[in-house]
Design a protein around this ligand. Structure first.
Ligand code: KG4
Ligand code: ZN
Length: 350
């Protein structure tokens, strides 16, 4: 079975084709080809994503990307068995652009369509790597819009352990980067600057570190960073690098300690880290060291599949169909879910 996946929840248009063996006990679906267009430069002038521009650009990009994917995979349109798309969460207009094209394409081909959860895509994306995890595991989902710890017992079997009560980790990177006068998206820029700084230079808060639960809070960190930026006034390059390193260290420490607490609480010895922030080198280094010391295996998506992409959407649809927790539909009636809890995408949910 070949699944075409379309991602359009925010500022990346991603399309991919995966091939899945549907026989019982078959292995992980294989990625045949994928293509991505990032809108980052388009939104950079505005310092953040402009939803209307994002929707219009998705409409422009998605079909050429689909053509490119089919050409790269050397497959005709008729080889597509299911068209999958991101149903939510995300920007409503952006989601509608992808869902509309996906359902129109499926209808034209006479093939079924399936809407999937964006965070489930991130969570399952390490299955496309060489070091695919085994269930059960704890998942740390760290993206621009979400920060969650989940217990994952299988495809479609997700229990929320903790989440952010305000800003997401990626948002903390992005907002702090903006305060430091860095470009959009801020996460990678702040991480680059942090390489030249001293992470001990500023004592920044680690909110909820000792709260005893698995929730996160990053809004206070941004405020503390703002206070430091104001104090510094016309900051020199080294002071900015030191502040960037200190901010990154604060975010990373909280993510690492809460992940370890989730592993202790569940008694599991496998951790999956996914979402845009899982690219972060310091986060990976600290998690690797902490987990190695405790005999925990850590799995990440391949670097190019950490941020939004179509491969994770095609993969998620294929895995859900393989596991029998979902069925693709031919009614082509689509609704998107800009807000959608991952637990609600469990077996029989959606
Ligand atoms: O998963 P993603 O592509 O989109 C959402 O679903 O939100 O994540 C994007 C987030 C942004 O906040 C971006 O700044 C952050 O991931 N990010 C990073 C790095 N690369 C991307 N954060 C820290 N360090 C990085 N190297
Ligand atoms: Zn994402």
């Amino acid at each position: 079975m070949q699944v075409l996946g379309i991602e359009s929840s925010c500022d990346e248009t991603g399309v991919a084709l995966v091939s899945a063996d549907m026989r019982p006990g078959a292995g992980v679906p294989a990625l045949l080809a994928h293509a991505l267009h990032t809108q980052a430069t388009m939104h950079a002038d505005y310092g953040g994503v402009v939803p209307e521009l994002a929707s219009r650009d998705h409409i422009r990009r998605v079909l050429p990307l689909a053509q490119q994917v089919l050409a790269d995979a050397r497959q005709p349109l008729s080889a597509i068995d299911v068209v999958a798309y991101t149903r939510g969460p995300g920007l409503a207009g952006a989601l509608l652009a992808g869902a509309g094209v996906a359902c129109a394409l499926a209808a034209a081909l006479g093939k079924p369509a399936l809407g999937v959860h964006h965070l489930e895509g991130h969570l399952l994306s390490p299955f496309l790597g060489v070091d695919a995890p085994q269930f059960p595991f704890v998942a740390l989902l760290v993206s621009g819009g979400h920060t969650q710890l989940m217990r994952v017992d299988g495809v479609g079997r997700y229990a929320l352990l903790g989440e952010t009560i305000d800003d997401a980790a990626g948002e903390a990177f992005d907002k702090s980067a903006k305060l430091l006068g860095l470009g959009y998206p801020g996460g990678p820029e702040l991480a680059r600057l942090a390489d030249f700084g001293d992470a001990q230079a500023y004592a920044l808060p680690r909110p909820l570190l000792h709260s005893g639960d698995l929730d996160f809070s990053f809004a206070g960190l941004k405020t503390a960073a703002l206070t430091q930026v104001r104090k510094l006034g016309n900051v020199c390059e080294l002071a900015r690098a030191n502040l960037a390193a200190s901010i990154q260290a604060a975010i990373v420490e909280v993510l690492v300690k809460k992940s370890l607490a989730a592993l202790r609480q569940t008694g599991l010895d496998r951790l999956v880290v996914a979402g845009g922030v899982s690219v972060n080198a310091r986060l990976r280094a600290e998690l690797d060291a902490a987990c190695a010391a405790r005999g925990v295996r850590v799995h990440y998506p391949d670097l190019h599949l950490c941020t939004d992409n179509g491969a994770m959407i095609a993969l998620t649809a294929a895995l859900r169909l393989q596991a029998g927790v979902d069925a693709a539909r031919c009614d082509y009636a689509f609704d998107v879910r800009p807000r959608w809890a991952l637990q609600a995408a469990e077996q029989g949910g959606g």
